[in-house]
Design a protein around this ligand. Sequence first.
Ligand code: 5GP
Length: 224
Amino acid sequence: MAENERAGKLVVISGFSGVGKGTVVGRLLNDYDHYTLSVSMTTRKPREGEAHGVNYYFVTNEEFEEMIRNGGLLEYAGYADHYYGTPRSFVEENMAKGKDVILEIEVQGAMQIKKAFPDAVLIFITTPSAAVMAKRLIGRKTETEEQIDNRFKRAVEEAEHLAKYEYIVINDDLEDCVREVNRIVETGEGGVRFDPDFKERFLRELLEIIEGRAQEARNRVSGT
Ligand code: 5GP
């Protein structure tokens, strides 16, 4: 730790699919020089425009399982039929250099991190409502209908874990959201506390959206 006086922090950023996490993380990296991003390993296929080593390390199931066996992952989880995990060495090296290392990971992985690194800062980013989330997820047109359905179902599970995050940030305005996340990392203050009413409302809306999509699919099949 020659250049810096302190070891860097681990910053876990989770959030439902479609809340704009990627954009927020991109802005944190761009606007502040104390962050670096951990590039995860995954067995899912690259989306249009994604590059190996930049967005993810895209690997086979065998390669991923080999990393698990070798202890090369800090955490890993199964999500929508694929593995996702955080390579250990990059994170350890950069924290030692004083960088705040961002992990953009889902809930199961976040809980593994919290257990292994009690000082990690866990932030959950959400949209103001499930309808806004659905609009963004469908609007980005990167997933098939089936994948979108899977992500909505997964969001229902993720909402159940909201209370485990110390910090919840509502991504209504991008600039405010980026500043708020940085304030949390730097000062330990910011975000909103878990609100059971918010969760209930979000879940209700999400379930209505899922049911609406299922009904549409049934109508398509029956030709009505
Ligand atoms: P996507 O397929 O949209 O890129 O990512 C799907 C989910 O996997 C997102 O919630 C993302 O945050 C999460 N994810 C990405 N990398 C990792 C990782 O290394 N570990 C875990 N546990 N989740 C990850």
